[in-house]
Design a protein around this ligand. Structure first.
Ligand code: 5GP
Ligand code: ZN
Length: 110
């Protein structure tokens, strides 16, 4: 499958890894929108939140289980977790990902 984040998971495209286990990979965003900007993805391909089903929800639950470990490692106490879904919402990579943004006062969501 021609998916950028699957290629990152496969090691075909290098990344700056922050956290990894058998189900999840977290790495620094290549074009940070905040002083700290990390992406957390499932290693299995899901196109976005729309692909979350009772079967795939386990990995999503695991992502949210490890986010506190990741943010602690990053030294973040306050942060935003966001997932863009669909082109009109700003999704540019069709593999489910959660942005962790922090390191500055984030203000209201635009
Ligand atoms: P989206 O726009 O789909 O919500 O988020 C995709 C994110 O992936 C963007 O913030 C973009 O900067 C990031 N991104 C795109 N290509 C790469 C890449 O090759 N490596 C890394 N680390 N991040 C990428
Ligand atoms: Zn993928």
């Amino acid at each position: 499958m021609d998916c950028l984040f699957c290629k990152i998971v496969a090691g075909e495209i290098p990344n700056k890894t922050v956290y990894e286990d058998d189900q999840v990979l977290a790495f620094y965003d290549i074009a940070p929108k905040a002083p700290v900007h990390v992406l957390v993805i499932p290693k299995c391909h899901l196109s976005g939140v729309r692909d979350i089903t009772p079967d795939t929800a386990t990995v999503v639950g695991h992502i949210f289980e490890v986010i506190p470990q990741i943010t602690e490692k990053l030294g973040l106490t306050d942060y935003r977790v966001v997932s863009n879904n669909g082109v009109e919402a700003g999704q540019t990579v069709g593999h489910l990902h959660f942005h962790i943004l922090g390191g500055r006062i984030l203000g209201e969501m635009g």
